[in-house]
Design a protein around this ligand. Structure first.
Ligand code: ZN
Length: 708
């Protein structure tokens, strides 16, 4: 599930590990330029955004140049260099975070325009900072100079991260290589964007119109409505299938018509390639080749053997070999069971569905039929047990019992919509953090669920700034004065995001760049979030969350058993699929330096041969639409999903040993993981909590995979 620290802020932060001297705030009526404990939502208008960002960027550039000059003249100290840089960054972050949040949750044409107008300016600023040699030399002087011996561990960590990030941005390369680095970066960002655009265009280029509902037999009512609405918008009669997920997915999962499934499946897995109905039209092959060659060249410019080595320098995993061992070990353990699951599916399909040989376009369909036969449980059945107010109350009780903190609502805090609530976290009567809870879908709100930071915990000249989080979900809003009834999936999503929120809010760090989730390795950041999901699957946790909306009854034992049993349906097959993607991604960036599209295909075929239990077809071009790796931040990092799951499952196993509400274990988790943020290596934090290195056994056990 997604948590989003605005990608841009993440980029800015990774490049601008800096802070400020108090800048004179010009007299102004722009609320984004004023200092507030919480954003003054009622006053913020779209027309404030661009002028505020321009003012802040120009003041930031001046302040950074000045600090770099001072550092060149006099050996810098924390207080003369690092602290003022942090303040510069924080002022920009505090102005931008409500803008970014309003753009995502209260979108309007004006806000969208203002937001987009600033993106280029912010990214130029990020590049300028990343290549700022004076700033880099200032950090280096702080490390090499007389002040270093006075810095504490957190400060030293921050300095070292800053130097690392500057080097990863090519700041200390000779001039010609630096120029080449810049060319590669800008070419790569262009290519990633083209890759996404091709996938999008290929997705939108294909559709199939269906006249009669009979052809769509088996497809659920809600999906039929979607297909019908799509046809109506396009002015055609009947139903229109597209390759958008809400359209494509129900058809391949439920349509009884095998030929229809084959056709839709084929269109989907050949998008942006040399195969399928639009063969050659949006082909990403040449773009993939160029991206891979440039990534390899960039890694080598920076002194790394391969792009995978480069990617792992900022992650918890130590080397590509370690990740490969990890994935191969998981594969070895899960493969036998995945084969059994597939054999069971094939037998079921043959005997019950008359499908003699299971083809790729039959797998999702037969699986849904088997799931219904084995575990008849639907999300709809569970809804009445999860009224939103009860779930929120239960969530707070879980956190109170674990960590001894309290929740209180502040109805006077400035909010941006009537549905939004603001809560404070207190401990021993003192406020320690706050968060906005924005649960329901509405027009102008981006889909999905995420946690973002509004204020980061840091020491300022005026005292301690407390952390504040935005927690955003998109649940179905309450109607007719009845409380919203959540599905179990939605409850789990809320807990997941709240786990990110606790990581942000319970931090004890006082330097912005290592506070909360800042500075936490990409492959460890899902530990606190996935950890929290466990409370939604255990009787003791569910008893706090689940009460029937009418009767107040807890979740019946029989329903809980079915819920738990269905959790691990085909879990080994699912795990092998993730391992396949992860191995392909890592080996692609480690073993091949400038591969051709057919080399890429050959590697994927080899990985599939080793770890996939699913039927294969030669025209599948999955790689041509693998946006995580070619257009997102997951290059040589897709394994992070499984890696973090090992950590969260193993952390949970400590609670299984002592009781899931054991306060001593809770305090240890809080102290060693949640409070530490990016202050120490994630691997060290895990050992400090668990008393040993992570083990994959708990993940296998929780996934219902028998020891092999
Ligand atoms: Zn997450």
């Amino acid at each position: 599930t997604a948590h989003t620290v605005s990608l841009l802020l993440r980029v800015l932060r990774s490049l601008t590990v800096f802070k400020t001297m108090p800048i004179e705030v010009p007299m102004s009526t722009n609320p984004l330029l004023e200092t507030h404990a919480l954003p003054p939502f009622a006053e913020i208008r779209a027309e404030h955004v661009e002028p505020a960002v321009e003012t802040l960027l120009s003041e930031s550039r001046e302040a950074i140049d000045r600090l770099a000059e001072q550092a060149a003249a006099t050996p810098p100290t924390w207080d003369t260099f690092a602290a003022p840089l942090e303040a510069v960054n924080d002022r920009l972050t505090k102005a931008w975070s409500p803008v970014s949040h309003l753009n995502g949750t209260m979108n309007s044409p004006e806000m969208r325009e203002a937001y987009q107008a600033c993106l280029g300016k912010l990214s130029d600023f990020g590049t300028w900072v990343g290549q700022h040699e004076g700033l880099f030399r200032g950090w280096q002087a702080l490390k090499d100079g007389p002040a270093w011996k006075h810095l504490d561990a957190a400060q030293r960590r921050t300095v070292e991260n800053a130097l690392r990030d500057f080097r990863l941005a090519g700041v200390d390369l000779p001039a010609d290589q630096k120029a080449r680095y810049g060319e590669i970066q800008s070419r790569l960002s262009l290519l990633s964007n083209q890759f996404s655009n091709n996938v999008l265009d290929a997705t939108q280029a294909w559709h199939k119109d269906i006249d009669s509902q009979e052809t769509l037999a088996g497809v659920p009512e809600s999906a039929l409505d979607t297909l019908k609405a799509t046809a109506e918008v396009k002015g055609v009669a009947g139903y229109r299938i597209t390759l958008d997920f809400p359209s494509f997915f129900p058809v391949v999962s439920y349509a009884d018509n095998r030929e229809l499934r084959r056709e839709v499946y084929t269109a989907f897995v050949t998008r942006a390639s040399d195969e399928g109905p639009d063969a050659g039209k949006f082909d990403n092959a040449a773009i993939m080749e160029e991206i891979l060659a440039l990534r390899n060249e960039m890694a080598q410019l920076l002194g790394f053997a391969t792009y995978a080595d480069y990617s792992l320098t900022t992650k918890m995993a130590e080397s590509p070999e370690q990740v490969l061992d990890f994935l191969n070990d998981l594969a070895r353990r899960a493969l036998p069971q995945a084969k059994e699951e597939f054999a069971e599916l094939s037998a079921y399909a043959r005997e019950e569905l008359g499908l003699e040989t299971l083809e790729p376009w039959d797998v999702a369909y037969a699986s849904e039929k088997l799931r219904e036969a084995r575990h008849s449980i639907s999300q709809e059945q569970l809804r009445p047990y999860f009224p939103a107010p009860q779930v929120i109350d239960g969530l707070f009780q879980v956190v109170e019992r674990l960590y001894g903190v309290r929740f209180e609502e502040d109805t006077q805090a400035p909010r941006y919509h009537d549905d939004v609530r603001y809560f404070r976290l207190t401990e021993n009567g003192q406020p320690i953090a706050g968060f906005y809870l924005d649960l329901y879908a509405r027009e102008g709100k981006r889909g999905g669920a995420w946690m973002a930071d509004c204020r980061v915990r840091r020491q300022t000249e005026q005292g301690l700034q407390l952390p504040v989080a935005f927690l955003t979900c998109n649940f179905t809003a309450p109607v007719n004065g009845r409380p919203a009834l959540l599905t179990h999936d939605e409850v789990t999503t809320l807990f997941h995001e709240f786990g990110h929120g606790l990581h942000h809010m319970l931090t004890q760090q006082q330097i912005a760049d290592i506070s909360g989730i800042n500075g936490v390795a990409w492959d460890a950041v899902e530990l606190p979030s996935q950890f929290m999901e466990n409370y939604c699957w255990e009787r003791e946790g569910l008893d706090l969350l689940a009460k029937h909306v009418d009767s107040g009854e807890p979740l019946p034992a029989e329903l809980l058993e079915r819920l738990q049993a269905a959790k691990n349906f085909q879990s080994a097959m699912g795990m092998m699929r993730q391992i396949e993607f992860s191995l392909f991604d890592l080996r692609l960036h480690h073993e091949l330096s400038a591969p051709s599209a057919s080399d890429v295909q050959a590697l994927l075929d080899e990985v599939r041969e080793a770890v996939s239990v699913l039927p294969k077809v030669p025209f599948n071009r999955f790689q041509n639409s693998f946006g995580h790796v070619f257009a997102g931040g997951y290059a040589a990092g897709y394994y992070s999903y499984k890696w973090a799951e090992v950590l969260s499952a193993d952390a949970w196993s400590a609670f299984e040993e002592t009781g899931i509400f054991d306060p001593e274990t809770g305090q240890r988790f809080r102290r060693e993981i949640l409070e530490q943020g990016g202050a120490r290596d994630a691997a060290d934090l895990f050992v400090a909590f668990r008393g040993r290195e992570p083990s994959v056994e708990p993940l296998l056990r929780h996934s219902g995979i028998r020891a092999a």
